[in-house]
Design a protein around this ligand. Structure first.
Ligand code: AHR
Length: 502
């Protein structure tokens, strides 16, 4: 029997915030240098930005972009990256054991954001720095003029304030690898003081406090509770970070990674709402899922990591994972999980954007190309508009070593009142079997089937590379039919699908 899905436009989970389709540019490896910025490249514009990369970022459909880190930010002095470029210091970047040249900083990054049409989300350093430096960068970025730091920005060639709305209060401060890592309480007190001080400049800022850098962290749960107990009235979001990779070739569990993401989100929501209840507060804290992706972290630890005390390369090749079809299916499913929780996950950042665990790759002096993961992101960002719908899904299950019994199919549907379009995103997690699914669309009224596209391949390990950049792409799914109010579509084994109805 086929799997069954019922779509009812009358019941919405919540509106889909465009900020769910954010990404992340960190000063890490070749994300900035030799990624978005390569002055000598044939496609470089007058600012040194690669226009081929700009075109791909626009095609990807990225809303907010988090900057400048990541682990990098916990040792970063933002002042190093402003003013005359030839006077900027070169610094040790302890997080990635590299040399930071500071050729690109806040003002340059804002110029690039203007070209790609994205919003800045800025992280302050609460690792080696504190309240004063956060206030300074806020004054530099957002005050129009008439004070030392705002006038400095004007003198540096940026007359208009950047008007950054979203600010991260540090990065992954629960992680022992983080510069300045300490206890939950220690961090929470600093985050609270910083948030309150920043709000004295602008009470309407949207502030993100650090949650856990993964649901597997030993302090997970307690960290969120302690941090929110201290900062509940001061912040708007708590962050979640999650990365997935297959462990010992267990692709069954890997394909179910979104189950873990669902549980992670539900746990953080429960913890935030617990603190809300204890305080008797009317305010709701939402989630900024500001790092998520497939990341072969084991490879970074085994191969990429630089540790020699006399070796501090500029923009080394770090975390340059090549993504397969299988990775893209898992990735598409993670987006389904985020959209399913649109009522509480109101911002998210794909980590990262270019070269570093990225949907877009570049070769110095050479081409830029789309990884397999580019496709589910671009399509979901384009089609997932309006509201997320509540769904009823009936399908077979399978056993996983990591998450127990889980559904073989996962899906989410969105409905956009403005365009009248409904979109459905589906994955088949089976490694062996194609699955037919019947989607009951009678409640949508008189509609027609639009495009049906799938990402799948005979070879689940197929990738796009410098020498074969178009090996994997989207395929029209010819199996889809709409008859008597039911869409029947075959989901190929290990596949991701997006279909539209209007
Ligand atoms: O995205 C790569 C790294 O992963 C980030 O710098 C850090 O925040 C996380 O651990």
């Amino acid at each position: 029997t086929p799997a069954r899905l019922v779509i009812d436009p009358h019941f919405a989970v919540g509106p889909i915030n465009r900020r769910l389709f954010g990404s992340f540019v960190e000063h890490l490896g070749r994300c900035v240098y030799d990624g978005i910025y390569e002055p000598g490249h044939p496609s470089a514009d007058e600012h040194g930005y690669r226009t081929d990369v700009i075109d791909l970022v626009r095609e990807l459909g990225v809303s907010t972009i988090r900057y400048p880190g990541g682990n990098f930010v916990s040792g970063y002095r933002w002042e190093d990256g402003v003013g005359p470029v030839d006077e900027r210091p070169r610094r040790l970047d302890l997080a990635w054991h590299s040399t930071e040249t500071n050729e690109v900083g806040l003002d340059e990054f804002a110029v690039w954001l203007g070209k790609v049409g994205s919003e800045m989300m800025y992280a302050v350093n609460l690792g080696t720095r504190g309240v004063q430096e956060a206030l300074d960068v806020l004054e530099y970025a957002n005050i129009r003029s008439g004070t030392a730091l705002s006038d400095q920005r004007v003198a540096n060639g940026t007359p208009e304030p950047h008007n950054v709305r979203m600010w991260c209060l540090g990065n992954e401060m629960d992680g022992p690898w983080q510069l300045g890592h300490g206890t939950a309480l220690g961090y929470a007190e600093l985050a609270s003081k910083t948030a309150r001080a920043m709000r004295q400049i602008d009470p309407d800022l949207e502030l993100v406090v650090c949650g856990s850098s993964g649901a597997q962290m030993p302090t997970f749960g307690t960290w969120e509770r302690v941090v929110l107990e201290q900062t509940y009235d001061d912040v708007d979001f708590i962050s979640c970070h999650a990365y997935y990779e297959p462990v010992d070739g267990d692709y069954g569990s890997f394909l179910a990674s979104a189950v873990n993401m669902d549980r992670f989100i539900d746990s953080v929501v429960a913890t935030a709402d617990h603190v809300k209840a204890v305080r008797g507060s009317d305010k709701t804290i939402n989630i900024s899922f500001d790092e998520w992706n497939v990341w072969y972290q084991s490879r970074y630890h085994d191969v990429d990591r630089i540790t020699a005390v006399d070796k501090w390369p500029v923009a080394p090749r770090l975390l340059e994972d090549t993504y397969s079809v299988l990775d893209a299916v898992v990735f598409g499913n993670l987006m389904i999980s985020l959209i399913r929780h649109a009522d509480r996950v109101t911002a998210a950042s794909l980590a990262q954007l270019v070269n570093v665990i990225a949907p877009i790759m570049t070769e110095p002096g050479g081409p830029a190309w789309r990884q397999t993961t580019f496709y589910p992101f671009a399509v979901t960002s384009r089609l997932a508009r309006g509201v997320t719908l509540e769904l009823k899904l009936d399908c077979p299950t399978y056993q996983t070593a990591q998450y127990g019994e889980v559904p073989l199919v996962d899906a989410v549907a969105t409905c956009d009142a403005e365009s009248g379009e409904t979109s459905v995103f589906l994955v088949n997690r089976s490694l062996e079997e194609d699955i037919d699914i019947d989607i009951d669309v009678r409640l949508l009224g008189d509609i027609e089937l639009g495009t049906v596209q799938s990402l799948w391949d005979e070879d689940i390990h197929a990738t796009n590379t410098l020498h074969n950049p178009h090996r994997v792409g989207l395929r029209a799914n010819e199996s889809a039919r709409l008859e008597s109010g039911t869409v029947r579509v075959t989901l190929p084994r290990a596949s991701w699908t997006a279909l539209t109805l209007a």
